[in-house]
Design a protein around this ligand. Structure first.
Ligand SMILES: [Zn+2]
Length: 439
């Protein structure tokens, strides 16, 4: 099938290559051409889909490079809690529920569908979901038509009581999930698979080394949290990861606040991608990742909402804006530009996920969004990338295309009944959420 966006007011190939009044042609799953006055060829009886782009900016689909979608049921529930209090009062009480198979299946599907719908409507075409996502979550993403990657999460040390810690049992479960996810990935063409130590020091060296071998054998990328400094007497998180051969250009590291200078050097030398989660870090008082320092040394930095229990909204426009503003607080207005934030939300997200996406160019996957510029806060539009970063909302997204398919049209999902998704999510949350979370 072919799809032609005609006379787009802007096609933003990337933060620095912008074209006006051009067409964009999609054939099958990929972008075929970007130029004025393109003609769509079509097979007999299969007319090309035409989209009027005259009032729109076409952007690469935004990529949320790190999240925990089950937390869609926990959004907005913490306000005055620091990280430790948040773990104790919001996250840990929910953990036993996630280890109860019927609850995990119901929440995986329902929260996965709810969160996926939110992301799609906000112009996010792809994400990395770090959790032990059950296959029901993958089914939800497939229904929506979003491109999701499951980062299969594991840990065997320093866990709360009542969670399974036997290494052999954890390895067997991870292996089963990885093989099931790879089979689903082959079938759908939209599912990615990563391995995810929950955090380096939550895993024994034996588990990490085993995981490094599995990643190599199954050709999987790796993502982990790299938030804090080493505990007294402990090795640093990055050296622990490097010791297991899990720190390289196929690794992505979420948060990266409070790392030692030695660990930051390890990141730069490894070629790993850092994932900046500014809103979540701000809300939990987690500090500010040294993003300008890392970027100046050539480290790729992607952008993410993190889980909704701390990041609240799955809206990458908000995250781009937060990143660009946060780093200016120290007084250097040039430290992180709107263009840099845009690159983080697109190209570097694609790198973290291993996707042939993140820019609009022939041969790239056709993952993109059309922003409606007929909004009071988007007029006039003389400097389009800063305008989108500082002024656009997710609700300005009109059309979303993933894998060459229109999955959002005129702001509404094309594959699911939005009212039914919300109704079902309310019922599932009411059935499984521990009440009350706060005691
Ligand atoms: Zn996280």
């Amino acid at each position: 099938m072919s799809l032609l966006i005609r006379q787009a007011r802007y096609v933003i190939r990337d933060a620095h290559r912008i074209e006006r009044d051009v067409d964009l042609l999609i054939e099958g799953r990929h972008i075929r051409a970007i130029a004025p006055n393109l003609q769509a060829e079509s097979a007999p009886g299969c007319a090309p889909v035409m989209i009027d782009g005259r009032n729109h900016a076409v952007i690469p689909g935004l990529i949320n490079a790190h999240t925990h979608l089950y937390q869609a049921f926990l959004r907005g529930r913490s306000d005055t809690l620091d990280r430790e209090g948040w773990l104790r009062e919001v996250i840990y009480p929910f953990r036993p529920t996630l280890h109860h198979p019927p609850a995990a299946a119901a929440i995986g599907y329902s929260a996965g569908r709810l969160a996926g719908l939110e992301m799609l409507k906000n112009g996010t075409t792809s994400f990395i979901d770090m959790q032990a996502s059950p296959p029901e979550a993958w089914r939800a993403w497939e229904e929506l038509g979003i491109r999701g990657a499951v980062a299969l999460t594991f840990a065997d040390e320093h866990l709360p009581p009542a969670l399974p810690v036997a290494l052999a049992e954890c390895q067997a479960r991870l292996l089963d999930l990885a093989e099931a996810a790879r089979a689903a990935a082959v079938r759908t063409g939209r599912l990615g698979v990563l391995l995810a130590p929950a955090a380096p020091r939550l895993c024994s060296q034996a588990f990490l080394t085993w995981a490094a071998d599995l990643a190599e054998r199954l050709d999987l990328r790796v993502q982990t949290h790299a938030a804090g400094p080493p505990l007294p007497g402990e090795p640093s998180p990055l050296s622990w990861l490097a010791q297991a051969a899990l720190l390289n250009e196929r690794t992505s590291l979420a948060q990266c606040t409070h790392l030692s200078p030695a660990d930051l050097d390890l990141i730069v030398d490894s070629g790993a991608t850092v994932i900046h989660c500014p809103k979540s870090d701000m809300k939990l008082g987690q500090g500010i990742a040294p993003v300008p320092w890392l970027r100046a040394r050539g480290a790729p930095v992607a952008l993410a909402n993190d889980g909704p229990a701390s990041g609240d909204l799955l809206d990458m426009f908000e995250e781009m804006r937060a990143a660009a503003l946060l780093h200016k607080v120290r007084g250097d207005a040039e430290t992180l530009t709107a263009q840099a934030a845009f690159v983080m939300a697109t190209e570097h997200g694609a790198r973290a996920a291993g996707l042939n996406a993140g820019t609009l160019d022939p041969g790239r996957l056709a993952d993109l969004a059309l922003i409606d510029l007929n909004r009071p806060h988007l007029v006039p539009d003389h400097d389009i990338v800063p305008l989108l970063v500082y002024c656009a909302h997710g609700s300005d997204v009109d059309t979303v295309i993933v894998d060459g398919q229109v999955v959002v049209a005129r702001g509404r999902p094309t594959r699911v009944d939005e009212a039914e998704v919300l109704r079902e999510a309310r019922a599932t949350a009411a059935a499984w959420l521990p009440q009350p979370i706060f005691t």
